[in-house]
Design a protein around this ligand. Structure first.
Ligand code: P5A
Length: 437
């Protein structure tokens, strides 16, 4: 992409409304624009990041055997009356009336909708286990939308729903999602801590939150320091026993949110207990028959008798993650994207646009990167060099290649690693080799 043709409305000054670094940097990098409180448009750079996060989440859900569907944002009130949550949800639910005076709502979550799909089609234990997920916008009329996309009113969530014959099966589904989450966050360059959690309005008796450490996080967490040294589970199909062993290992260390932490009865040695703030980037629930019972979601078991299915739901805050990753990965100059979610892999800076040799060298380098399918943002504008460097650091692409008249004379380009700041002078061929593949 040529920057001269791109829509990336960066800001030089810090926007006044932004209280935390991710919100400030997302606005400054031209990733998002507020539409109303807690509701945002995603501009090209932000949209690329959002799609990349979504794709990582999708790949790990698919690997875990979940099937992607797409349910609507607008749901009929009847479904929520059937589960009894229509009244419970209160003001957080955005209620709408259609032209026939039918009660509708903008979905804050999809337990009811997916249970309705299930009961319409699944009849036999032979069709289980089943896990259906979608990546869809949600609306919750939060009392205090704040911190940009971190606590929005409209936000993108991945929500998966599992259906099993009994608790044993549901526990395997739960563990499989737990392990998929650990892999997902690791691919996103994040270190996530699972915490035993309250189930709140989703309900159920078993629940974990996944927390990413960041000073601006909304929850205080207490954890055993060694939890940060655990290895991410490896890829591959795991047996129920292997899944359980991984979950047991990760939950054997102490980790609790402040509302679950009891300082007087916590037996972690003082030097081992760490307290930090964190961002909730995922939340998983086992709730058994809370929705399947009122919905009559049953299957015929091997003996022909009907069994009410045991369910769980599993959420990841996809749009929140865009902010969460920035909270975890930035410096005083801007964002530092992990490669998996970077909007482009490399920024190409033409130090002297208008200089015939520089333009030719940059255009050729750009063409070669494109031919090799390397995502590149090419600053071909006539801005001054200082401005170009500052902008590239701000938007945080993992690699920067700078081509200028002086380097060209000695046959080198400058190759910079955004994360470490390390700069090397190497030949254009060597730079290409490092970026391709
Ligand atoms: C699990 C999936 C649920 O809604 N039902 C379907 C269950 N869980 S949850 O904890 O309420 O939300 C899941 C994740 O969504 C993100 N999230 C938000 N992101 C941005 N703005 C918000 N207002 C918001 N609310 C929830 C969080 O990452 C949460 O873990």
């Amino acid at each position: 992409m040529r920057l001269s043709r791109y829509f990336m409305p960066t800001l030089k000054e810090d926007p006044k409304e932004a209280q935390i670094v991710s919100h400030r940097l997302m606005l400054r990098a031209g990733m998002i624009q507020q539409s109303s409180a807690g509701i945002y448009s995603w501009l090209p750079l932000g949209h690329r990041v959002l799609k990349k996060i979504e794709q990582v989440v999708r790949e790990e859900q698919n690997k875990a055997g979940a099937h992607e569907i797409l349910m609507p944002t607008i749901q009929p009130a009847e479904l929520w009356q059937e589960s009894g949550r229509y009244d419970d949800y209160g003001k957080e639910m955005l209620r709408i009336t259609d032209r026939h005076d039918r009660g509708m709502l903008y979905g804050p979550t999809n337990e009811e909708q997916v249970t309705d799909i299930f009961r319409s089609h699944v009849r036999s234990y032979k069709d289980l286990p089943l896990n259906l997920y979608h990546i869809q916008w949600k609306f919750r009329d939060e009392v205090r939308p704040r911190f940009g996309v971190m606590r929005g009113r409209e936000f993108l969530m991945k929500d998966a729903y599992s259906f099993d014959m009994d608790y044993e099966g549901a526990k395997v589904a739960y563990n499989r999602m737990f392990v998929a989450y650990l892999k997902t966050y690791a691919r996103l360059g994040l270190q996530a801590i699972p915490l035993r959690a309250e189930t709140g309005p989703i309900g159920g008796d078993l629940s974990h939150e996944f927390i990413v450490l960041a000073d601006t996080g909304e929850s205080e967490v207490f954890y055993h320091k060694d939890i940060l040294n655990l290895a991410t589970p490896v890829d591959g199909e795991q047996t129920p026993e292997e899944l359980q062993a991984i979950v047991d290992e990760w939950t054997s260390y102490y980790a609790a949110a402040d509302d679950m932490h009891d300082a007087d009865n916590c037996d972690v040695a003082e030097g081992d207990l760490i307290s930090r703030r964190g961002i909730e980037v995922g939340h998983i629930f086992h709730f058994g028959d809370k929705y399947s019972a009122p919905f009559g979601a049953t299957v015929a078991g091997p003996d022909g008798k009907d069994v009410t299915v045991s369910m769980g739901s599993y959420g990841i805050g996809v749009s929140r993650l865009a902010g969460g990753i920035i909270e975890a990965s930035h410096d005083e100059n801007g964002i530092i994207w992990p490669e998996e979610v970077a909007p482009f892999k490399v920024g190409l800076i033409n130090l002297k646009t208008g200089d015939a040799d520089c333009d030719t060298a940059c255009d050729e380098f750009y063409a070669k990167l494109q031919a090799a399918d390397v995502e590149v943002l090419y600053d071909d504008t006539s801005d001054r060099a200082g401005g170009k460097f500052a902008k590239m650091d701000l938007i945080g692409l993992p690699w920067q290649v700078t081509i200028g008249p002086r380097g060209l004379k000695s046959g080198v380009v400058e190759f910079k690693n955004r994360a470490t700041g390390a700069k090397e002078e190497i030949s254009p061929e060597e730079a290409l080799n490092r970026l391709v593949g």
